[in-house]
Design a protein around this ligand. Sequence first.
Ligand code: C2E
Ligand code: MG
Ligand code: MG
Ligand code: MG
Length: 288
Amino acid sequence: EAKKAGGAGYHFYASALTERSQQRVRLESDLRRALEAGELALHYQPLVDLRGGRLVGFEALLRWQHPRQGWIAPDTFIPLAEESGLIKPLGDWVLREAFAQACTWHEAGLEFGTIAVNVSPRQLDQDDLPALVRRLLQETGLPPGRVSLELTETAVMGQPERARSALDEIFAQGIELSIDDFGTGYSSLAYLKQLPFGKLKIDRSFVRDIPGDSNDVQITRAIVALGHSLGLRIVAEGVETEAQRDLLLELGCDVAQGYLFDRPVPADEAQQRWLSFAMEPCRRSECN
Ligand code: C2E
Ligand code: MG
Ligand code: MG
Ligand code: MG
């Protein structure tokens, strides 16, 4: 199309491409600096027990405050970090930061449950992920039961053998493992059930249209039943409405996470809203 339109069109197309790849390169070098410049932060989103409504933990979610472009979502820069190899230092930083935060809350006697950290498939590739986790547990003195690692099914299916031994080693340290975004990949259940997962997180795309979409209701019902039959605790992500929550409860889902309860927020805010005993009920609603 661009070629048929003649030279000008073609040049426009080519230069647009160049501009895009230049933007990528720039973003990549920005990300490299962002780590040292302290532009990265973790936000924390609560997970609640569906039956009792109590806090059972937080998921740590990465945020990048870019000096010129403002807030950049992880879905944009994590793939970039994975392609460029930056995911290694970035992933290490996330683990350190999350462990440090958990340690702070733990030492303050605040009942935060567990901290869930997302791990990319490329991190699982590294030989030293189990060693890093072990070192962080030793450095912080955090009980391993206070941490869980989230991996997408695709991450695990990518390098089955390698993934399995890394996961086994991490599990043996007492750390809980969760399958993230379940239902979006092409994982083999026969394979997944051989891995030491304790939790299964139903992807947001199935939760979004329940209870209205009967297909999604049936899929969710099936995932809950299947997960339970494999001995997994089931978490629903992206719970935004009371109708969704009520149905998930009815389907036997164990834990929920979503805007209905809270958005991901900085650690001090998460602490104020969810871990402060002195919080008055009326002030809590002002925060929202
Ligand atoms: P995820 O692990 O599935 O995290 C859940 C995502 O759903 C988060 O998006 C969260 O903000 C969003 N979410 C939670 N509740 C709701 C809701 O009720 N409605 C809607 N619309 N969204 C909700 P976020 O923070 O943008 O992260 C996107 C993805 O980026 C994550 O998906 C995870 O795969 C990846 N990610 C985030 N932080 C890290 C990290 O530190 N390391 C790695 N490797 N990946 C990360
Ligand atoms: Mg996750
Ligand atoms: Mg998820
Ligand atoms: Mg997701």
